[in-house]
Design a protein around this ligand. Structure first.
Ligand code: SF4
Length: 245
């Protein structure tokens, strides 16, 4: 029997990206090759937990829920059984979103929407890793966090359904400018046409209403002038920064 290590699963509405508001079953795998300093699911990365769940059980559980399924993590692309699960869920008629950082290729994976969240340089946990006495975690993260060739391959493979979600720092103008410079460089390197710019989302950092609202207002000019989409975090507004939502 094939299984995946699952940290949590729940039914909610999609909080981020182009499908905000869509009722969805979320399947969150445990395990990640990165260690973002601000990771909002540390129980899949910094302190991974979870239990093996058979694919049959996951498919049955999703069948009892909404049409939309979101396979997330952690990093689902690390786990080869994710490919079989994706094929079975789509065969069963689900709309499948796979959320990934875009640093790993998973052969055979299927998706209706590949939601890629490339990590900018501010994600690297230099101080945190040093404080833990594990500086290698930071150097490994820095080496792996951005793979332009792989991003291009993912966008080509999932040409009908992809989005790039970038976490941006909005607490100071110079931080936002630095992040936008990195994003612009990535968009240029990927040779994304102007018509695809609304698939690039700027998602302000923040885990409470007030911070996010200020972040949206700070980021909106960059959306107006560059054509990027403002990335909401609906689940935070509805439920706060709470697991299982
Ligand atoms: S890629 Fe995602 S799950 Fe992994 S450390 Fe970064 S934010 Fe956390």
């Amino acid at each position: 029997m094939t299984s995946l290590r699952i940290q949590e699963r729940f039914v909610s509405v999609q909080g981020e990206g182009a499908l905000v508001g869509a009722p969805s079953s979320f399947v969150r795998v445990s395990g990640c090759n990165l260690r973002c300093v601000w990771c909002d699911t540390p129980r899949t990365s910094w302190a991974p937990e979870g239990r093996a769940v058979e694919l049959d059980e996951l498919v049955r559980w999703c069948a009892a829920g909404p049409r939309h399924v979101v396979l997330t993590g952690g990093e689902p692309m690390l786990l080869s059984p994710a490919a079989e699960l994706s094929q079975r869920l789509r065969s069963a008629g689900h709309h499948l979103t796979v959320e990934t950082a875009g640093t790993v290729w998973c052969e055979g994976l299927e998706a209706d929407l590949i939601s890629i969240s490339p990590k900018l340089s501010h994600s690297t946990p230099w101080d945190r890793a040093a404080a833990l006495g594990k500086p290698k975690l930071a150097t490994m993260h820095e080496a792996a966090r951005l793979d332009l060739e792989l991003l291009a391959r993912l966008i080509e493979r999932f040409a009908d359904g992809w989005q790039l979600k970038f976490v941006v720092r909005t607490r100071a103008p110079e931080l936002l400018t630095a992040d936008l410079d990195e994003i612009d460089a990535i968009v240029t390197a990927l040779e994304l046409p102007t018509s695809a710019r609304d698939r690039v989302l700027l998602m302000p950092e923040g885990t409470d209403d007030a911070t996010l609202r200020a972040g949206y207002l700070a980021a909106i000019d960059a959306c107006r002038t560059r054509g990027y989409r403002l990335g909401l975090r609906l689940h935070i507004h509805l439920f706060g920064h709470t697991p299982g939502t």
